[in-house]
Design a protein. Structure first.
Length: 283
């Protein structure tokens, strides 16, 4: 029954180990910078999303979805996936270069969004100081094929190891470029309209805090953690010193977030999942 269901992953998974990290707020932003470099994927977002007028609402919905797939019951995760598939199935967009109309749930586009997201999560956590072996990184990618299936992807068509992710990026890079929409999105991500206090709902359990300078620091770290080839597309140099500076910033931020009491860092979904796991262990 649901009260004893640990969902798609569970306490022994690499996924739970990675997503325990509050530093993943940087990873989420990093993935958006990456995703914007795919012209077709960016067109799908720009032509179907109100992210400019409801940026924080979209952030809340995305964070809730990810939290549900990671910590919800199996039924909750599957229901969330059905809602996303149904929403995507209705969406169409026009290719900015060919004028072709396409579905936003094309497997190639879904795969791009999935890979950039999970690669950002695990690489950011590791670079910020989370101890992960190479086998654990591969394990994370393999586990996340379950999340890919929720949005309609064939798990066998999704990279399941770090080497496969590297091969995927190498294959897709010729399709990436800096477009006007990508530049505008990157600018918006770097300096969005921020209320004095941005607090996600209790179900997510994440407080981003009041100061704009704090967000700008997070955005700068996320940009600095992009792969060198992505930084060059954004007009940067992609130097080793850039990556080192971003890594040091991420490590400092991770230490700062670790000092925040756990009750403020964990939302109800995560707490409920841990309670279910504790009950099963006790039984």
């Amino acid at each position: 029954m649901d009260t004893d269901d640990l969902g798609l992953f569970g306490p022994g998974s690499v996924t739970w180990k990675v997503h325990e990290e509050p530093i993943l707020i940087v990873a989420g932003l990093r993935s958006l910078y990456l995703q914007a470099l795919h012209p077709r994927a960016m067109a799908g977002v720009a032509q179907n999303s109100n992210y400019r007028s409801d940026a924080w609402g979209r952030l809340v919905r995305t964070a809730t979805y990810v939290g549900t797939t990671i910590y919800g019951t199996t039924a909750e995760a599957q229901a969330a996936g059905r809602r996303v598939r149904a929403r995507h199935a209705r969406m169409r967009a026009t290719d900015p270069f060919t004028g072709e109309e396409f579905r936003v749930d094309e497997p190639k586009l879904l795969r791009w969004v999935h890979v950039t997201e999970v690669e950002s999560f695990v690489s950011t956590a590791r670079r910020a100081g989370l101890a992960l072996t190479d086998d654990e990184v591969d394990g994370y990618y393999t586990e996340q094929r379950r999340s890919a299936a929720l949005v309609g992807l064939d798990p066998d068509d999704v990279p399941g190891t770090a080497a496969e992710v590297a091969d995927y990026y190498r294959d897709v890079r010729p399709q990436l470029r800096m477009t006007r929409e990508a530049a505008e999105t990157a600018l918006f991500l770097t300096a969005p309209p921020i209320p004095w206090k941005v607090s996600l709902p209790a179900r997510v359990g994440l407080n981003l805090g009041p100061p704009r300078w704090a967000y700008l620091g997070i955005a700068a770290t996320a940009l600095g953690m992009l792969p060198p080839w992505a930084l060059r597309l954004y007009g940067g140099l992609g130097l080793p010193t850039t990556a080192l500076s971003a890594d040091l910033s991420a490590r400092a931020l991770r230490l700062a977030l670790a000092a925040v009491p756990r009750r403020y860092r964990e939302g109800p979904l995560q707490q409920a999942a841990k309670e279910r796991a504790a009950r099963l262990t006790a039984a």
